[in-house]
Design a binder for this molecule. Sequence first.
Ligand code: ITT
Ligand code: NA
Length: 223
Amino acid sequence: MLNFVTTNPGKVREATEYLDDEVEQFDFDYPEVQADDLKTVAAEGARAAYRAADGPVIVDDAGLFIDAFDGFPGPYSSYVEDTVGVERVWRMTEPEDDRGAAFKTVIAYCDGEGFEATPDPGGIDREDRRGQDLAADDRGAATTDEQVHDGSAGRSSETVPVKLFEGRVNGEIVAPRGEGGFGFDPIFEHDGTTFAEMSTEQKNAISHRGRALSKFAEWYGER
Ligand code: ITT
Ligand code: NA
């Protein structure tokens, strides 16, 4: 049994579709460290949640990165959804020539154990360089082992190992359409369809979260 640590039922819906009964929501608002990258937030969140939960945890830290604004709101997406709101993020982006954007997520797994080192083919950066999203069957071994703070592979309490899985999908910011999904889904269009117009299954097949979950599921299944 795996605790999916989140306050967001939309994420749980997507994860259970991938991982079946193996996953259960652990509704815990882990303290988000002040950091401008998803990896750090997810990794620290997983460590905090692992201490609070009774068993292995996954944490999913996601964000919407708008090209014209150098990746804003990115790691601050939750705050921006609550303050500015989704509709006004569209209206801010509307005057821009380039309305390109990406959703990214980092899933962090922690069970208090160490992990065997895996070769790091670059994860999200590899996808960035390609400038295109990965084909659905291109799952690669794009996982990363988080560097522990003291540079060793030790297991002292401050450096509980965390395994990271990244996913990214490119799209465009559009006027809101669709009733499904959650968060910024109505304004994120991919191949002519917004994420809010897709079923959970359709969104999972191409989304940032679906990709990260499939990498996680492959690795977890082999353990
Ligand atoms: P937890 O931290 O409790 O998991 P959250 O909703 O705050 O829930 P994030 O910090 O990861 O999760 O999300 C950042 C923002 O991005 C937040 O406003 C989400 O609604 C939004 N978001 C995350 N994944 C999304 C997705 O797949 N589609 C649309 N919006 C998404
Ligand atoms: Na959050």
